[in-house]
Design a binder for this molecule. Structure first.
Ligand code: 3HC
Length: 720
């Protein structure tokens, strides 16, 4: 940020991270700690000194605090959290600073652009006024890191926006726009023009008026009766929407303290809850996820500077559930899409589903009708390839069959311009074989979306042997624009996610074949934190999908190795899951599941015929069998190089398979349990159940050398 015409206050000791300049009678305090002005070491100290100087200079009437670069302040420095011991925490330096700002004899105006998140919003709330660019966002996202606001956020926020909104913001962690913040009373003025110029003018305007301290504004704190209803409902929502997470409940407790205690006592209550959360396993796992989500974007041999191909127009081939969802993803990002199918009838069906999907988003308040109308205008149905020469990228999303895919790619090769990206949404097929049917295998790549494509965040980007670096870099960058988390994976059967999902669901079936009830197995995994149980997931996706694939690959199964049979037999009986209203469960016409005694009786009979001994199985064994199956396969994938890092596997599982984020992903969870323990348990399963449980060599090596997957990842970075 250029502060023209200002001169520095003479003799002021400055840190490099915080600058103070003077615009006549207004001090401008600029935080300059790229990339996001986190309140890392040196920043609070710099602000402290600058506020002191402001108060000590008789020529200054007011101060403006502003962020340099792309944002105001994105919060405390999360990197520091890992280094903390129970005696130290970021709030120790922040709380006194915020009091010092609030007590300043000269009013302090916080000028916000970009984000004021976490400690950034707490800093802003300690000022006497807040003004913001209309595009700014503010929020207390700490719960997403397994912690709560720790620098008075749970105490000052309800004083500004009222108890109900403060509870929602602190417990759910969702940001609000500057526009909404202005209506809530969190922002005093929206600034359309140059933020700094307007902030200085605003500071001058309010300089001589009495300035209120946020902590003294108690008029929004509600009555005990009103608040009791708000807190009860917030706890109920947190129990459902953030099942298993501790931080949202702690955040609610802390806001409740604001309504019952003095500001100082409320801060003490917040401090206690903050510290408990900060040193919890959940917080460690969620911080791993925060950095992991950013780490997956880094590909050792595809540097940041790799040129990318502009993607301004795309085409999607196939207007079924996946194709339609993918078209919506592009349209939602403002990218025009051609949606191709064989004829008008297929297209009408596909467009009908898209319209229905959008209509339900409008009904749920996710999108406005205007937004949806604009998006629908971006999707053009076509029944031929004539206009494909004008697109920068095609995503093929037709039926999962190699012959059909090959014919589509041969057609794309003829129709698309050189330089266009040819992507396949295949979830199982070999990308190199598909690429081989074109004259430009370097342009071919896998973009594996997860169903429903317009909702699920994961995008597995499958690197073929010849996929060019430009094509990879473009898809990685594009995933962010599409609101997805792109993770680069190698070309093996099932890629990373589905390859691991096979053994996971295999074990769930084995458990039922060994005597467990279907609902008990699912319940154990749901209690572990998974969004759904493995058997119910099969019913949702369609049991016939796996059945058909297994039939195709049966010749690859090693004779004498135990294979599950129950699901195949259910399919033989026409029980495909939700779509036939019968699968592992029975479904009513609204697809509500109930246990089916017929399934229990059938599986008991089949197991007896196969001579499988029946026994009582504990929930802990159910979790170990299913989750360690993921870990063991994950370790193989890692060693074979189909995933770049263990954290990539974690991010895939959290965003595509409903694994609980507060457990950090399967590989992080294994580290947390201890790899020696995991390895030992896998050896036991190997003895009991045979070859399918052979421990992955990498897991064995790490366990024997006392290492973790996190350490393995660090060694990979060094080696690269
Ligand atoms: N601390 C340390 N590093 C941070 C950070 C933070 N608070 N926020 C972002 N970063 C880093 C990222 O790790 C990334 O580093 P990299 O380039 O080495 O990978 C870099 O800054 C850029 O971040 P993004 O790639 O995420 O950039 P975007 O522009 O996409 O997003 C953002 C910017 C919206 C600010 C996003 O980074 C974000 O949500 N940050 C976290 C905000 C947050 O959770 N704040 C609360 C912190 S806890 C706290 O304040 C406790 C307090 O109550 C005491």
């Amino acid at each position: 940020m250029v502060v023209s015409g200002n001169k520095e206050i003479d003799g002021l000791p400055m840190t490099n991270l915080v600058r103070i300049t003077k615009d006549n009678d207004v001090a401008v305090i600029t935080i300059d700690n790229p990339p996001v002005n986190a309140l890392g070491p040196g920043v609070p100290e710099g602000i402290w000194k600058a506020i002191d100087e402001t108060n000590g200079d008789p020529a200054i009437k007011a101060a403006v605090v502003i962020g340099s670069g792309r944002t105001f302040v994105a919060g405390a420095d999360i990197k520091e959290f890992g280094k903390m011991t129970s005696g130290a925490s970021p709030r120790r330096s922040l709380l006194p600073l915020l009091l010092q700002i609030e007590n300043s004899g000269k009013p302090v105006v916080m000028a916000i652009h970009g984000n004021a998140f976490g400690g950034g919003l707490e800093l802003a709330m300690a000022g006497h006024y807040r003004i913001a660019s209309p595009t700014a966002q503010v929020g207390q996202p700490e719960v997403k890191l397994g912690i709560i606001p720790g620098a008075g956020g749970t105490q000052r926020l309800p004083r500004l926006v009222g108890v109900a909104k403060a509870v929602e913001m602190c417990a759910e962690g969702k940001p609000v726009s500057a526009l909404e913040a202005a209506t809530l009373g969190l922002i005093d003025r929206l600034i359309e023009g140059d933020l700094l110029t307007e902030a200085v003018a605003f500071a001058r305007e309010i300089a001589d008026k009495p300035a209120r301290k946020t902590r003294e504004r108690t008029e929004n704190l509600g009555t005990a009766a009103e608040n009791a209803v708000i807190f009860a409902s917030a706890r109920d929502v947190a129990g459902k929407k953030q099942r298993g997470m501790k931080a949202p409940l702690a955040a609610i407790d802390a806001v409740e303290a604001a309504t019952k205690l003095s500001f100082e006592q409320g801060c003490e209550a917040e401090a206690k809850l903050f510290t408990e959360c900060l040193f919890s396993d959940q917080s460690k796992a969620l911080i791993h996820v925060f950095f992991g989500e950013r780490e997956v974007a880094k590909i050792p041999d595809v540097p940041k500077e790799t040129p990318v191909i502009p993607v301004n127009r795309v085409a999607v081939v196939g207007s079924g559930t996946m194709g339609g969802g993918i078209a919506m993803v592009f349209a939602n990002a403002g990218i025009p899409v051609l949606l191709k199918d064989v004829d008008a009838a297929a297209l009408e069906l596909g467009m009908g589903k898209i319209r229905k999907n959008y209509a339900s988003s409008v009904q749920r308040g996710r999108f406005t009708q205007e937004f949806v109308d604009e998006r629908l205008r971006l999707i053009t149905p076509v029944n031929n390839y004539d206009a494909f020469s004008g697109v920068d990228m095609v995503v093929e999303a037709i039926f999962e069959g190699m012959a059909l895919k090959k014919s589509v790619f041969a057609e794309l090769d003829r129709s698309c311009r050189q330089g266009a990206i040819l992507a396949s949404n295949t979830s199982t097929l070999n990308i190199d074989e598909i690429a081989g049917t074109t004259s430009r295998p370097e342009a071919v790549i896998g973009t594996h979306f997860f169903s429903p494509a317009n909702v699920m965040r994961l995008l597995e980007i499958v690197r073929g042997k010849k996929s060019s670096k430009e094509v990879i870099a473009t898809c990685m960058q594009l995933s962010k624009k599409l609101g997805k988390i792109g993770v680069l994976v190698g070309n093996c059967r099932g890629f990373v996610g589905n390859r691991m999902f096979g053994p996971y669901r295999r074990e769930a079936q084995f458990l039922v074949e060994e005597g467990a009830d279907v609902e008990t197995v699912d319940q154990a995994l749901v209690e572990f934190g998974n969004a759904m149980g493995p058997l119910a997931t099969g019913d949702l996706a369609g049991l016939d999908v796996g059945w058909r694939i297994r039939k195709e690959y049966r010749h690859l199964e090693k004779p004498g190795v135990r294979q599950p049979f129950a699901e195949d037999r259910l399919c033989e009986l026409g029980r495909y899951g939700q779509k036939t209203l019968k699968g592992w469960y029975r479904y009513d016409e609204n697809r509500r599941a109930s246990a089916d005694p017929e399934v229990t009786a059938l599986v008991r009979q089949w197991s007896a015929d196969a001579g499988i001994p029946q026994r009582q199985i504990s929930a802990a064994e159910m979790v170990d069998r299913c989750v360690f199956a993921l870990v063991n396969e994950g370790a193989r994938i890692l060693e074979e190089g189909y995933a770049l890092r263990a954290v990539d596997i974690d991010i895939i599982y959290l965003n595509g398979y409903g694994f609980p984020a507060y457990r950090g992903g399967p590989m992080w969870y294994a580290d947390a349990v201890g790899l020696q323990k995991v390895y030992q348990r896998i050896c036991e399963f190997n003895q009991q159940h045979g070859e399918l449980w052979a421990p992955a060599p990498l897991l064995q090596r790490l366990a024997e050398t006392g290492k973790t997957f996190v350490e393995f990842d660090k060694e990979q970075v060094v080696a690269a």
